[in-house]
Design a binder for this molecule. Structure first.
Ligand SMILES: *Cc1c(COP(=O)(O)O)cnc(C)c1O
Length: 408
């Protein structure tokens, strides 16, 4: 008899975005004439930068001729891309990352979901709340938790790091020992950004406890404040205790093109049952080369073009466009009397909805035909908040905010 992985039975049935989709579909069926404005799911809306498209086309042409055709590339990614990443994203900012510490992949979702595989199932995992659901569900699937505890509204077995008004959605250090820590800054969903001092406290904690930080920096390109860190490797000591996930998805509009990378410094260690140190880089390299055959050549060329002068200017414009939307949304919501976090160094505005977050979601959907994301879908601490995303055209954002202003 073929048996299932029982851990899948623990997973919460209604996944956030499918629940939203259900409500949106129901609304559309009874309001076929109304134009819906989606400021919900975190997907970009603007075209790939011109420099990327050009490089993409040229690489496709190379594939069309026997003399320039490429088959399987290195599993970790081509050197041209790994070198450009190390140089521009880290070394240029004074962070020490070498090209062979960069693992190119088809997404930060898969990487942040897969990385836990190389660790024991009996470690203690610290999960921020609210959170990008991938970190939670992949650890549940792997069996690192108990059951869903309906009374607590949480899984047993995780150590939750609460985000709230008091800490500005920058979680405090845990009050019990943890081994694996997920952090995401600029934060999805809360739009919060951590200072160097705040990240330093986490790095010091990880060093003192032989823990490892999985740092999701998918939104680093949105950081405008020069004092804020874009990478955890700007923090002293982070190379020993932190892995960083990055993606071209939000930076350069690659959500449908697929290219991302994970940085695993050679100093990072994890430990055997007997307490011997093992290189995390070696473990991840083994896992990555066994299960992954890298990203297509044209896509890697398109990603490389992000680092050309032309590409840099174009992504700067792209990010500025979304941040202008974010600023507009934040100003309008604040003018309506709602407290906001984010939107300055992040494409997300996290709004205190002053009522149940699904109720607020339904109100905006049914009376303004605007889709946002209810905070409760990202965890218990998200209750009472909603997330509005800046990923849309400025015209749609303006219209959405006008409609919202009329119904709040
Ligand atoms: C969008 C996003 C990613 C990027 O995912 P890809 O698979 O690279 O498209 C990663 N982490 C967070 C928190 C995100 O919101």
């Amino acid at each position: 008899m073929i048996k299932i992985n029982e851990n899948y039975q623990k997973l919460q049935a209604s996944y956030l975005f499918s629940n939203i989709a259900k409500r949106v579909n129901a609304f559309q069926q009874s309001n076929t004439d109304k134009k819906l404005i989606k400021l919900g799911i975190g997907d970009v809306t603007r075209a790939l930068p011109e420099a990327c498209v050009k490089a993409f086309h040229a690489a496709v042409d190379e594939m069309a001729s026997d003399s320039t055709f490429r088959g399987y590339g290195p599993e970790q990614g081509y050197d041209f891309l790994r070198e450009a990443i190390a140089k521009h994203d880290f070394q240029a900012r004074g962070a020490h990352v070498e090209a062979d510490e960069v693992f190119v992949s088809d997404g930060a979702k898969c990487d942040s979901g897969n990385f836990q595989e190389i660790f024991s199932t009996d470690i203690t995992v610290a999960i921020p709340d609210p959170v990008y659901p991938v970190y939670v569900d992949t650890n549940v699937m792997a069996g690192r938790t108990g059951k869903w505890n309906a009374e607590r509204g949480r899984y047993d077995g995780f150590v939750y790091l609460d985000g709230n008004r008091e800490n500005g959605f920058i979680p405090n250090l845990p009050d019990q020992p943890v081994d694996l820590i997920y952090l995401c800054f600029p934060n999805n969903p809360a739009g919060s950004t951590a200072t160097k001092e705040q990240l330093k406290a986490w790095v010091d904690y990880a060093k003192a406890n032989k823990a490892l930080i999985l740092f999701d920096a998918a939104y680093e390109a949105f950081v405008q404040d020069e004092n804020l860190p874009r990478s955890i490797y700007e923090i002293e000591g982070a190379r020993e205790v932190a892995v960083e996930f990055r993606s071209f998805s939000k930076t350069a509009g690659f959500t449908g093109t697929r290219c991302a990378y994970t940085v695993v410094p050679k100093e990072c260690m994890a430990y055997t049952e007997a307490g011997e140190a093992v290189s995390v880089h070696t473990l991840w390299n083994r896992r990555h080369t066994t299960k992954f055959n890298s990203v297509s050549y044209p896509v890697q060329r398109a990603a490389e073009a992000v680092y050309s002068d032309e590409g840099q200017a174009q992504i700067k414009e792209l990010i500025a466009y979304y941040l202008n939307n974010a600023k507009y949304i934040r100003e309008k919501m604040e003018a309506l009397g709602y407290e906001c976090i984010g939107g300055e160094n992040s494409p997300y505005i996290w709004i205190d909805s002053k009522r149940d977050s699904w109720e607020f979601f339904d109100h905006l959907l049914n009376s303004a035909a605007v889709v946002c994301t209810p905070g409760a879908g990202f965890g218990k601490c998200g209750e009472g908040y909603i997330r509005i995303s800046a990923f849309n055209s400025f015209e749609n954002v303006q219209e959405a905010m006008e409609r919202i202003s009329n119904v709040l």
